[in-house]
Design a protein around this ligand. Structure first.
Ligand code: 3PG
Ligand code: MG
Length: 396
């Protein structure tokens, strides 16, 4: 595991501290509707202020693509940040076309306007990175969920200032290390979701690292086709059957057990409460769609979780957004949370729909760690280096 400088190594007193966080939070009618990402970075921001740093917060919001798009201003988020920090947060508008003037004293906090208003941000433009670096004396990155982007404020700036990992970044890196780099074995991964095509690299990497891989969700259907089962009218990617076969072969070579559905809950229409029945995987009706894995499969997943010491979870096992097709996703999440609470399992989850599914199951609090990251968590599961993390490594 590479070494990172953390806030423990930083002398913050009297320094201008540039802190990159991820404030790409859902906003409706000018109000933040889910403040999870704000809550996660609040301890870092408070610590910097408490230690006498003059805090300059950098973040992006949505994808304005280098233009000033008023609907993508971070201003509404400043109010939520202030509320969660319990400290005054001064919002600084800038179009970033010239270096903004920033007045902030020790123990105070400003939030800068959306860094993506500048066209150089997403290009990791050196001149923009230097403009950002000019605002501070040291750089703290607490935005793991944006670390898969090699942008000026996540990567470039780290080359021009002493760079440190914030507390949330530190916690993410520790949790991920615990899950895949130095895990207590056996390790099981549960991967669900709609499409194999979006998770090819992820599956290819995981089968080499974990002892068992549960594949659920609609993407399991492509694997079932590869094994010669019929899946009726279920969502599947017939053009990826050969790819699925290759993944199954890689898994066999790596001695990773692949756990596919044994039965499926089948309905004729995709809607809440649709009439549905459980069918064995060899007997899926031609006019039906598999919308969840069935009770036999749930039992199989539960016992696979029991056999493991470490779990990595990404994606739902069924169409969890509509009842009753959330049954397997909820059952697996609850079981993992119980094993974790009993001290038998280290459980780490993240990426896309996963957090929503765990919240829906009421199981989120039971997990060892839940990442706030979507794309960054997936890229980490794919085994790709994350540029924002790399730039923080000691010696870089
Ligand atoms: C996210 O919301 O996943 C991160 O903030 C990254 O945002 P992006 O996908 O627009 O780069
Ligand atoms: Mg995104």
């Amino acid at each position: 595991m590479p070494q990172f400088r953390t806030l423990d190594d930083a002398d913050l007193k009297g320094k201008r501290v540039l802190c990159r966080v991820d404030l790409n939070v859902p906003v409706a009618d000018g109000k933040v509707t889910d403040a999870t990402r704000i809550e996660r970075v609040a301890p870092t921001l408070r610590e910097i202020m408490n230690k006498g740093g003059a805090l300059i917060v950098l973040a992006h919001f949505d994808r304005p693509k280098g233009k000033v798009v008023p609907e993508m201003s971070l201003k509404p988020v400043a109010a939520a940040l202030e509320e969660h920090l319990g400290r005054k947060v001064t919002f600084v508008f800038t179009d970033w076309r010239a270096a903004p003037k920033v007045e902030v004293g020790p123990g105070e906090c400003v939030l800068m306007e959306n860094t993506r208003y500048h066209p150089g941000e997403e290009k990791n433009d050196e001149a923009f990175s230097k403009m950002l670096a000019g605002l501070g004396d040291i750089f703290v990155n607490d935005a793991f969920s944006a670390a898969h982007r090699a942008h000026s404020s996540t990567e470039g700036v780290a080359h021009f200032l002493p760079a440190f990992a914030g507390r949330a970044m530190e916690a993410e890196l520790k949790a991920l290390q615990l899950a895949l780099e130095t895990p207590k074995r056996p390790v099981i991964a549960i991967v669900g979701g709609a499409k194999v095509s979006t998770k090819l690299d992820l599956l290819g990497n995981l089968v080499k690292k974990v002892d068992a891989l549960v594949i659920g969700g609609a993407m399991a259907n492509t694997f079932l086709l590869a094994q010669g089962h019929g899946v009726g009218k279920s969502l599947a990617e017939a053009d990826l059957i050969d790819t699925a076969k290759k993944i199954l072969q890689t898994a066999e070579d790596a001695k990773c057990a692949i756990i596919l559905p044994l039965d499926g809950i089948v309905a004729k229409e995709f809607k809440a409460g649709a009439d549905s029945h459980d069918y064995g995987i060899d007997a899926i009706p031609a006019d039906g769609m598999i919308l969840d894995v069935g009770p036999l499969s749930i039992d199989r997943v539960r016992s696979a979780i029991d056999d493991a010491h470490t779990l990595v979870l990404n994606g739902p096992l069924g169409a969890f957004e509509i009842e009753p097709f959330d049954t397997a996703t909820v059952a697996a999440a609850k079981h993992a949370a119980e094993r974790t609470k009993a001290g038998r399992l280290v459980s780490v989850a993240g990426g896309g729909d996963t957090v929503a599914a765990l919240n829906h199951a009421g199981a989120a609090a039971g997990f060892t760690y839940i990442s706030t990251a979507g794309g960054a968590f997936l890229e980490w599961l794919e085994g790709k280096p994350l540029p924002g993390v790399k730039a923080l490594e000691v010696g870089k």
